[in-house]
Design a protein around this ligand. Structure first.
Ligand code: HEM
Ligand SMILES: N/C(=N/c1cccc(CO[C@@H]2CCNC2)c1)c1cccs1
Length: 362
C-alpha cells in the first residue's frame, strides 16, 4: 500500500498525463487535482471517474511491455463493475463480459474492472489464471488434460467441483470475497465457444481431436492506475496462433503433441537434423490458424501481429511517446527472425498505468 503522500504523487502523475491525452483544459486539471488531493487527505484513497478508469486501463495496455498486440490499445471496451458486491453480482458481470467479448467470434478486446482493494471492504479475488482454461489431472496412468492446470484443478476439486477426467474439461470460475469460502461456478453452455482443430490439406489431423477455447481472458493480473490497484480486472483480446500451436499444444510440459503430429505427416523422427520438430510445428500452426478462421473466430498470425506492432511503434513515435518492450516476450516462438522485432532493441522500462503479475507488484 502507498502512504498518502506517495499516493498523491502517483495520482498527480496519472491525472496530468490522462487529462493531457484527453485534451482537457488546465482549469479542469487543476480542479480535479484539488479534488483528488482532498479525497486522499480525508480518506487515504481516491476514486477514479469512469473516464479516468477507462483511459487508464487503455494506457495500461499501451504500456504492457510483453504485449505484441498493442496497436489496438485505444479501442478496448471498458466495463465498470465497481458496484458489484456479491459473488452472484460478480459472476453475472463475468458472464456478461464473456458474452460481450465473444461477439459470436468477432472478438472485442474488453476489460471488466471490479472495485479496488480498500480497508473498508473485503478484497474481490478471481482465483483463475484465465476464465477459460482446461483442467489437468494427475492419475496413475499419467496426466490427463493441461498439466499447467494441475494445481488449480486440485483447488476446484477440494471446493467440491467434479469435472470429467478428459483432455479438454473446462474449469469452473472461482470467486472469493475477503476471507469467505471461495465460490465456484461452471460457465453456462451457451457462453462457451470452442474451435475444433483441423488441417487445411491433411484430414488425419482432425483425428487427434484437438480443440481450444475461442477467447483468452486473463483474470490473475493487477491493473494499477495512479496508485490504485484493481486486483480483479479480467481482460481479453484474441489469440496469436503461435500461443496455441507453438506453446499450449507443443510444449513437452503442456499437451506435448509434436511427435503425434510428426507421425501423421510421416516425418523422420530418428534424427534431429531432419527438422521433424520444426515441420510438425509449422503444420500445427497452419492447422490452428485455418481452424479459427474457418470457425469465424478472431485470431492473428505472428507475421501480421508483428506488422501491426510496427505500425504501433510508428504511431507512438508520431505522438512523441517512447515504446517500451520486453524483447524476450515480444518475439514470437517460431520464425522470430522473420519479424522486425527480432532485429530491434526495446527498453524494458516499467511505466504506469500497467498490468502486473501478483508477484511483480512494486
Ligand atoms: C487484441 C489482441 C491481443 C493479442 C494478439 C495479444 C498478444 C499477446 C501475446 C502473444 C502475449 C504473450 C503471451 C505469452 O507469451 O504467454 C501477450 C502478453 C500480454 N498482453 Fe497482449 N494481446 C492482445 C490484447 C491484449 C489486451 C486487450 C491486453 C490488456 C488490456 C493485453 C495485455 C497483455 C499483457 C499484460 C501481457 C503480458 C502477460 C504476462 O506478463 O504474463 N494484451 N499479448
Ligand atoms: N492473446 C493473449 N495472450 C496472452 C496475454 C497475456 C498473458 C497470456 C498468458 O500468459 C501466461 C503466463 C506466462 N505465459 C502464459 C496470454 C491475450 C490474453 C488476454 C488478452 S490478450
Amino acid at each position: 500500500m502507498f502512504s498518502k503522500e506517495e499516493l498523491f504523487i502517483e495520482a498527480k502523475q496519472f491525472v496530468e498525463t490522462c487529462y493531457y491525452e484527453l485534451a482537457k483544459s488546465e482549469q479542469e486539471l487543476k480542479r480535479r487535482l484539488n479534488e483528488v488531493h482532498e479525497e486522499i487527505e480525508q480518506t487515504g484513497t481516491y476514486h477514479h471517474t469512469y473516464e479516468e478508469l477507462s483511459h487508464g486501463a487503455k494506457m495500461a495496455w499501451r504500456n504492457s511491455n510483453k504485449c505484441i498486440g498493442r496497436l489496438f490499445w485505444d479501442s478496448m471496451h471498458v466495463r465498470d463493475a465497481r458496484h458489484a458486491e456479491t459473488t452472484s453480482d460478480i459472476l453475472d458481470e463475468l458472464f456478461d463480459h464473456i458474452h460481450y467479448a465473444t461477439n459470436a467470434g468477432k472478438i472485442r478486446p474488453t476489460i471488466t474492472i471490479f472495485r479496488a482493494n480498500h480497508p473498508s471492504h473485503p478484497e474481490i479475488k478471481i482465483l483463475n489464471h484465465q476464465l477459460f482454461r482446461y483442467a489437468g489431472f494427475e492419475t496413475e496412468y499419467g496426466i490427463i488434460g493441461d498439466p499447467a492446470s494441475i494445481e488449480f484443478t486440485k483447488v476446484c476439486l477440494d471446493l467440491g467441483w467434479q469435472g470429467i477426467r478428459s483432455d479438454f474439461q473446462l474449469l469452473p470460475i472461482v470467486v472469493q470475497i475477503g476471507e469467505e469460502e471461495p465460490r465456484w461456478c461452471t460457465i453456462p453452455e451457451h457462453l462457451i465457444e470452442e474451435v475444433d482443430i483441423e488441417h487445411p490439406t491433411n484430414e488425419l489431423v482432425a483425428e487427434l481431436e484437438l480443440k481450444w477455447y475461442a477467447v483468452p481472458i486473463i483474470s490473475d493480473m493487477v491493473l494499477e492506475i495512479g496508485g490504485i490497484r484493481y486486483s480483479a480486472a479480467p481482460f481479453n483480446g484474441w489469440y496469436m496462433g503461435t500461443e496455441i500451436a507453438a506453446r499450449n499444444f507443443a510444449d513437452p510440459f503442456r499437451y506435448d503433441m509434436l511427435r503425434r503430429v510428426a507421425k501423421i505427416f510421416q516425418l523422420n523422427q530418428e534424427r534431429e537434423s531432419s527438422l521433424w520438430r520444426d515441420e510438425a510445428l509449422i503444420e500445427l500452426n497452419k492447422a490452428v490458424l485455418y481452424s479459427y478462421k474457418k470457425a469465424g473466430v478472431s485470431i492473428v498470425d505472428h507475421h501480421t501481429a508483428a506488422k501491426q506492432f510496427k505500425t504501433f511503434e510508428e504511431k507512438e513515435a508520431q505522438l512523441n511517446r517512447d515504446v517500451t518492450g520486453d524483447w524476450t516476450w515480444l518475439i514470437p516462438p517460431i520464425s522470430p527472425a522473420t519479424t522486425h522485432i527480432f532485429h530491434q532493441q526495446y527498453e524494458n522500462r516499467i511505466v504506469t498505468p500497467n498490468y502486473f503479475r501478483k508477484d511483480e507488484l512494486r
